[in-house]
Structures are given as structure tokens and as C-alpha cells.
Design a protein around this ligand. Structure first.
Ligand SMILES: Nc1nc2c(ncn2[C@@H]2O[C@H](COP(=O)(O)OP(=O)(O)OP(=O)(O)O)[C@@H](O)[C@H]2O)c(=O)[nH]1
Ligand SMILES: [Mg+2]
Length: 338
């Protein structure tokens, strides 16, 4: 199971205390107390492992290492070690205390989520012409405490959507080296799968059904993973009695999740077209084409598709190649574009 939504509480390290010490026995020989080290920070770091949040589950209250206290002889305390927590790229960090949101988009990108407390000054730093043997010092400051929700939203370029059993996973496997489970029943895919076509990332999500937004089937929580994709590949089975009706039903669920989803360019595939005669395919395609001619339609193309015909698969690859070029030209970032 991929963990894609968790809460964690982290407290950064406490700053070390400043030291009070003097040269030799006599105070008059001057202060030498070093300062305390800063407390360690809590840092989130982007990694490519999509299951990285699994490791953060059940970590409870986590406290980062404190800074060491200052020592005599001008020795400052060592700073506490930062705690680095790996999160998958595409993780949105919600600060539950402030309501702030931040995203980790790149591998190795680091975000300090809780800053360690400052170390206190030792008495050496309190010396002055008026007070040559100060007894003052500062205690270190406490580290920041944060309550975070970490929500993974895949950074995919293409989202595969449709009813269950329409061949989404089969297509993903055909186009990429993904090994998404395929079977002839509904809800074979229980959690999202990603595949890579050159530099494009394709996301295959569990099938949607009418009422998914009200919790039917597997629900629509997976839609967040394709919220930021540039385009949608919408598969409607040739076996559907009324493909236009199926198409609209899925669009309704998309809208229920987020109306912005309806603005994405869409490529429609009448999947499993090998199951029908040529004329029946034509008829169903024309029904879908009618929709594509409506005002405000974001449909780019409608085509029949069977994964058993190499030519069909090549046509899909052609679309992907165009998207790939577009992405290269723009240096497009699917996240920023969304
Ligand atoms: N005849 C035919 N069958 C296909 C085609 N593509 C997929 N299938 C079959 O359709 C069934 C469902 O395929 P999946 O790829 O698991 O469908 P899915 O849309 O991912 O289904 P869920 O994960 O349940 O949403 C499997 O038995 C596939 O072998 C096709 O082009 N033609
Ligand atoms: Mg599937």
C-alpha cells in the first residue's frame, strides 16, 4: 500500500545552554564560557521513491537532537544533527498550525519544517569594559514544534481515467514498463500505478463509477493524483452500450472532485474496439465525436483502440511523442502549468 496522506508531529532540537566559566581560578582572569549549539532542524527531503511516506507512518512525536551546551575554554557546544525525513516528490506539506502549504517537487529538494532553537550565549560573549567577569549566560531556546499533514499528489503528465475494466492498466503496461495488474473484473487496480514513457509520467488510477464522489466503488480520492497532470486519456469501453453516457458519468465525477479537471485537454479512446464489428465501432466513435464538437469541449481527439493492434498502440505513442516534445520545448513543469 502506498501511504499518501499522513500526519506527523515534529519538534526541532532545543538550543544548548551557554557556559559560565573563567580563565584559571580567579574570575578576574576573564570569562571563557562558550555558547550552546543550535538545536537540530527537522527537514523534509524529496526522493523518487513513491512509498517513502510509509516509513513515516506511526513515528509519533518526533524530537530532533538538541544542541550541546557550551563548555569552558571558549568551546561552543556542537549543534544538534538535523533530522532528514524522506518524502516522495509531489508531497504537499500542510502546516496544520499556520495553514501554510508548501510542495516538494524535485528530488533532493529540502524544506526546513521546524527550525532548531538557537544556542544560548556563554559568559565570554557578555564581557565588556564595565564587566570583565560576567556571570551571565543564556539558556538555549526551544526548537519549533510543528504539526504537519503530508499529502502525496503524484506529479504525472498523463492521467488514465475511465470506468473499471476498460483497459487502463493494460494500456499503461503496453506503453511503459509498468507492471500494473490486469484482470477481467472491476476494481483490479486498487491503488495508483505510474509508468514512464521517456520523460513522461503516466498515472493509472483505480476505475471510477457513477457516484464515486459519494463514496461508491473505490471513491474519488485517487483523483488527487491526476489533479496536476497536463492531459487526460479517457478510456470508454467499446462494450459500453452508450459510450456517450459513460463518458459523461466520468466527467461528472471529475467535476465533483475539482472543476479544474474539466479544463484539461482530453484524448478519448474507445477501448477494446476489437470486440465490435467495424461498423459498430464507427457508430460509437461518431457518438463520442459529437460530444467533442460541443462548445467548451476540451477533447483533442477520439479514436478506437485495441491493444491487440500495434498500429493503434503506435497512434497512442504518437500522441505521447507530441506531448513529450511540448514538454521539452516549454521545459514545462506539470505542476506549475496546472
Ligand atoms: N479485447 C480486449 N480486451 C482488453 C483490451 N485491453 C484490455 N483488455 C482486457 O480487459 C480487462 C480489463 O483490463 P484492465 O487493464 O485490468 O482494466 P482497468 O481499466 O485497468 O480495470 P480496473 O483496474 O478494474 O479499473 C482485462 O481482461 C484485459 O485483458 C483490448 O484492447 N481488447
Ligand atoms: Mg486497472
Amino acid at each position: 500500500m502506498i501511504t499518501d496522506d499522513i500526519k506527523i508531529n515534529v519538534t526541532a532540537g532545543h538550543g544548548g545552554k551557554g557556559s559560565v566559566a573563567f580563565q584559571g581560578v580567579k574570575k578576574s582572569l576573564g570569562p571563557t564560557g562558550g555558547s550552546g549549539g543550535a538545536g537540530g532542524n527537522a527537514v523534509l527531503m524529496g526522493v523518487s521513491d513513491l512509498t517513502a511516506l510509509n516509513q513515516l507512518r506511526g513515528m509519533g512525536e518526533t524530537v530532533v537532537e538538541d544542541g550541546n551546551d557550551g563548555q569552558p575554554q571558549f568551546h561552543d557546544g556542537r549543534a544538534g544533527k538535523d533530522l532528514i525525513l524522506n518524502v516522495p516528490v509531489g508531497t504537499v506539506i500542510h502546516n496544520l498550525d499556520t495553514g501554510e502549504k508548501q510542495e516538494i517537487i524535485k528530488v533532493d529538494e529540502r524544506v526546513v519544517v521546524a527550525k532548531g532553537g538557537k544556542g544560548g550565549r556563554g559568559n565570554f560573549l557578555f564581557r565588556s569594559s564595565r564587566n570583565t567577569s560576567p556571570e551571565q549566560f543564556q539558556p538555549g531556546l526551544p526548537g519549533e514544534e510543528v504539526h504537519l499533514r503530508l499529502e502525496l499528489k503524484f506529479i504525472a503528465d498523463v492521467g488514465l481515467i475511465g470506468y473499471p475494466n476498460v483497459g487502463k492498466s493494460s494500456l499503461l503496461n503496453e506503453l511503459t514498463r509498468a507492471n500494473s495488474k490486469v484482470a477481467n473484473y472491476h476494481f483490479t487496480t486498487l491503488e495508483p500505478n505510474l509508468g514512464v514513457y521517456y520523460e513522461l509520467i503516466l498515472a493509472d488510477i483505480p476505475g471510477l463509477i457513477e457516484g464515486a464522489s459519494e463514496g461508491r466503488g473505490l471513491g474519488i480520492k485517487f483523483l488527487r493524483h491526476i489533479e496536476r497532470t497536463k492531459v487526460l486519456f479517457h478510456l470508454v469501453s467499446a462494450e459500453a452500450e452508450d459510450p456517450a453516457k459513460d463518458y459523461r458519468a466520468i466527467r461528472k465525477e471529475l467535476a465533483a472532485h475539482n472543476k479544474e479537471m474539466l479544463k484539461k485537454p482530453e484524448y478519448i479512446f474507445l477501448s477494446k474496439s476489437d470486440m465490435l464489428t467495424k461498423s459498430a465501432v464507427k457508430e460509437k466513435i461518431s457518438k463520442l465525436e459529437k460530444i467533442s464538437k460541443q462548445k467548451n469541449s476540451t477533447i483533442k481527439s477520439v479514436m478506437p483502440l485495441t491493444i491487440y493492434d500495434d498500429n493503434d498502440v503506435k497512434k497512442v505513442e504518437k500522441i505521447l511523442n507530441l506531448l513529450k516534445e511540448e514538454k521539452e520545448e516549454k521545459g514545462a513543469d506539470p505542476v506549475k502549468d496546472a
